[in-house]
Ligand binder design. Sequence first.
Ligand code: NAP
Length: 639
Amino acid sequence: MSAAAKPQDDAAILDWALKDAHIPSLMMALVHLTGSAAHLTDDMKPVYDFFGDGQGGFSAEKQQAIRDMAKAAMLAHMAGKPLPPPPDFATIRRMMDFIAGAQIPERYVPFLKEELGIAVEDTRDPKWDTPKLKSAAAKMNVVIIGAGLSGLLCAIRLQQAGVPFVIVEKNADVGGTWYENAYPGCRVDNPNHMYSYSFEPNHAFPYHFSTQDVLHDYFRRIADKYGLRAHIRFETTVEEARFDEKTAHWHVRVKTKDGRHETLDANAVISAVGQLNQPKLPDIKGRDTFKGPAFHTARWRHDVDLAGKRVAVIGTGATAFQVIPEIAPKVDQLLVFQRSAPWLGPTPNYHDKVADGKKWLLEHVPTYGKWYRFWLFWTLTDGILDAVAVDPAWNDTSRAVSPMNEMLRGLLIEKMREQIPARPDLLEKVTPDYPFGSKRSVRDNGVYLAALARQNVDLITAGIEEITPNGIRTADGVEHAVDVIVYGTGFHASDFLRTYEIVGRGGAELHERWKGDARAYLGMTVPGFPNFFTIYGPNTNIVVNGSIIFFSEASVRYIVNCLKLLAETGAATMEVKSSVHDAFNARVDAENLRMAWGVPNAKSWYKNAHGRVSQNWPFKLVDYWNATIKPDPGDFVLS
Ligand code: NAP
């Protein structure tokens, strides 16, 4: 954060703000400000290293030279000089490679142009602009289930398309995961300038990785801005969605807050209920016998004061990792029960505020924010996927899956060692015994290991045998007495759409069809369930790369274009062909086996009870984007 207060005159404001600039993004903005790319010379190409600060490796002198150029250009801009015409596509293409510090493959270019807001067309904007489409839209009625980030996004796009809709939401407010998860330390683990809708940047995000309250507020403000609350049935749960073959409509049975049942009629249902919102309590003997308060992180008991208590946290996944440093200083004793250690990804700015100067640049320097988002996307998503792909020539996948993965393993262990040099015992316990990428890694700025190294914290790796009235007994026979148990034990992730029944053609129920092995075409649509779509469905989760908002935007675009196909063709229903669905799933399965999370020895909730990876998208993000631009009519039976 810039310590000095914001000055008053333009030159001083620029000096103050440019101190906090992301230099590679500033270099791109400079092209837009001046109309010249002359400064993009070979000796000024950014170079990134895995654990670097992202500033491109420029010397202080080079950074200052860029700042000086940007200051002169911005002074002219602020004095009223009009912007030159935007760079041509050849220049933009060159700029992409330049800021990425790598040759960006051609198949990324349409997507990245759209992200930059310089595409010929924004494929995510519905544009139902002909009289025929407008009239067809008005005759539709869609039920969206869930008012989290995907449901709200869907509503915005349907509103833009002129399609009437209602959202059914079980909670009393919008926000989904950011409404429900209010545990201490809860924050996003994707940089916010990427974890936000592409069309709704928030230059004022206070943190690089926002806390739960900030994100909840973001989605609340979105709901207000687009007037969505009037369309939401709060505190209403969906019990069943049933397809009526005679009318080709869905009947959605809901239960209202006061216990009444109603049936909503819809020509299409869009399920946006999330993957990680049904808390999973572990199946441990004696769980119900514990005398004290015991709760899941997603149902945090704010009425239970942990101060001075002996507290057990079961689990060391992404959630517990955030909880532990927050509560460790407050409790008398903290016992952390670890079954597997998470990989820690060094992220020094994880808890840092966005510097005020940077916020100013995001707000005022034309295209700077777009290029910054672009840079985040490129460096944090597909760029890293190769490091978690299995090398077929690599024999033993128990610790690593490729030479690059093995190298990363070494680097990450070294980073841990640096944090706790005097605690080889702790280092041994926190070193994962599986390859990096087999499970989601967590973002580390040092607070986690510092918490585990505290006097009042114990990391217990002996397996849990039983929960007793007074605590937890481990396999070594020790009974650990505690006052409170916190379950950071994750969610029923494989059990997709588990909260309601979905009955399609011929009375087939979707869960009975799936038999615990959920599959869908592009994660969205299933044969036999016409006009029923899911967002964040099977095989659309990501492990190391990207933000789930990216998937939501791509899915919503596809679903809205499915409805557009109905409007264009006059068909009442569309249903994906089994052959298309099966071939897609075969491709996904084969590719998942090539990834660190799919190898036979990898154990995680990404695999369902059948051992199949039903959660993850194994390809690059751009492949999902390209596959979901619009439906191929040949993939569907339209009737
Ligand atoms: P999780 O990743 O499923 O972690 C659950 C933890 O509980 C694991 O350490 C697991 O051990 C342990 N566990 C489960 N059953 C157990 C048992 N019977 N005995 C002992 N330990 C047991 O759940 P999560 O931490 O809630 O995270 C879920 C997902 O939510 C994340 O992967 C991420 O996608 C998302 N998330 C995101 C954020 C964020 O954006 N900031 C924050 C939190 C969560 P094993 O590893 O051995 O199974």
